[in-house]
Design a binder for this molecule. Structure first.
Ligand SMILES: [Zn+2]
Ligand SMILES: [Zn+2]
Length: 131
């Protein structure tokens, strides 16, 4: 089984995912755009582990009822991972090291919410919401 790791920009966080993502996407939702200023490459992995820096993460929910918790580094602000509904673990594909670079998004999601500056040049399938 392939193991992939990534760190935040300052290196205080390190994460690990095992196996291939069940879904790898370009997410165009408003939250990803607000957090990054652009669409974000995300992968849903069966297993995600924080190897270091857990005590230096800040957890953010858009509102108390939100089902998504985003974890970012307190020091450098990098998005580290997110947890949806307590059991869906999402890693930033663009940050994965080494073989992580071989994980490519297979579709675009939340295209109905994309930014007006967001031009998609590829031929990947586009979904207005989560497929
Ligand atoms: Zn950091
Ligand atoms: Zn998103």
């Amino acid at each position: 089984m392939t193991t992939r790791t990534w760190t935040c920009m300052c290196g205080s966080f390190e994460g690990e995912v095992k196996g291939d993502p069940s879904l790898a996407v370009w997410c165009h939702c408003g939250s990803c755009r607000q957090q990054t200023g652009a669409a974000m490459q995300l992968g849903i992995f069966p297993e995600l582990k924080v190897l270091k820096g857990e005590d230096n993460l800040i957890a953010y929910k858009k509102n108390p009822e939100a089902n998504i918790t985003r974890f970012s580094c307190k020091t450098c602000g990098s998005f580290c991972y997110k947890n949806i509904n307590g059991d869906t673990l999402v890693a930033p594909l663009g940050a994965l090291k080494g073989e992580g670079e071989t994980v490519k998004p297979t579709c675009h999601i939340f295209v109905a919410d994309k930014g007006h500056q967001d031009i998609m040049f590829d031929t990947l399938p586009q979904h207005d919401a989560f497929p």
